[in-house]
Design a protein around this ligand. Sequence first.
Ligand SMILES: C[S@@+](CC[C@H](N)C(=O)[O-])C[C@H]1O[C@@H](n2cnc3c(N)ncnc32)[C@H](O)[C@@H]1O
Length: 364
Amino acid sequence: MTESSTSASASTPATACLIRISKNFEHFADNIIFDLGATLTKRLGQEYFLLKCQNPQKMADSDAARYIRWNLEMNHAWPCRPKKMEDFLEKAAQALFQKFGGRNLQGVFIGILDPSSTHNPYKSLASNLRGRTLQLFTNELATFKDVEEQEPSALSLFCLVGKEGLYCGVRSPLQANGFYPGGTKFISQKASHTISRAGAKIAEALHYLKLHQPLPAKGSHWLELGASPGGMTSELLERGYQVTAIDRAPLDERLKGRKGLSFKKADVASYNPVPKTQFDSLLCDMNGDVQVSLKEVVRLSESLIPGGLILFTLKTPGATSFKECNSLYHEAMKSANAGGLEQIACTHLTYNRHEFTLFLKKTK
Ligand SMILES: C[S@@+](CC[C@H](N)C(=O)[O-])C[C@H]1O[C@@H](n2cnc3c(N)ncnc32)[C@H](O)[C@@H]1O
């Protein structure tokens, strides 16, 4: 068993870090690692990169940070073949307890390095390892019914297991950029209310938002721009929100007559809310030019309450290089700031494609 790792050779000790980059941005992996000032040690699972970082702070504060779905500074790494070892589970659990017991952790969460395969034998290994580890940590940890009950700023032990071994670190969900090990909350796209893939995007965005602030209260009123066919609308209604949805294309028939929904079939540029209307939150998933969409968001934010939340899908398909993609973001933020909107967070979620989800709030 080896513990990771501070390099004795470099003048500043390097920290071993595991980062996750989605397949959608894999072609920027070299740029991302370079921007972090890191070097690649090896790839793990489908989307993980084990790095040596001189400045781990850059995982939260750099252009690269937006592309990092999830990250974990390594405090314990055991490269091995878990399925080939009879006593892996017990040895791993004992090692975790010896190393991290008494550290005042809020919880232990164990996921898998390769979450995409449906029949992954490591799923049950992760769950059994968590079960055994929790037995050893009895009375030391809070009991969570739901991973999202974690305090975002308190420390948890996150572990990932796969055919390459066991990789663990102590981070807060906020530092790691997600409540779940690996950052992904599985969202079924086969629920009875599912209308389009975009539903999973807003569902995941709302889970993610809880890292930064509480969700808008039930019953609060969303203005949604670019709503057709209605995947996001359906998710918002399902959560008990009111929605005023705008699109030049119609909504799916299944949304007809849904309580809490008002739909206007119109170009967003020609839409003006009834005077004195105040929305609590604004959602924009319009396709087309980012600056054109943002102009409408800024204009319509006049009808948002002070401090109102804005979720904006920053679509990047036209931007082919890392530099272009970053400029798109910086230009967008310039326009948003000039329009009185400030950033809460910007990240690439599992259910985003070549796009980021930008979380903004109205400053006044
Ligand atoms: C990616 S789709 C939205 C998917 C949707 N959010 C869902 O949950 O199913 C983008 C939508 O933006 C709409 N759109 C783009 N520009 C628009 C504009 N200026 N006015 C109205 N709708 C617009 C398109 O008609 C299209 O339906």
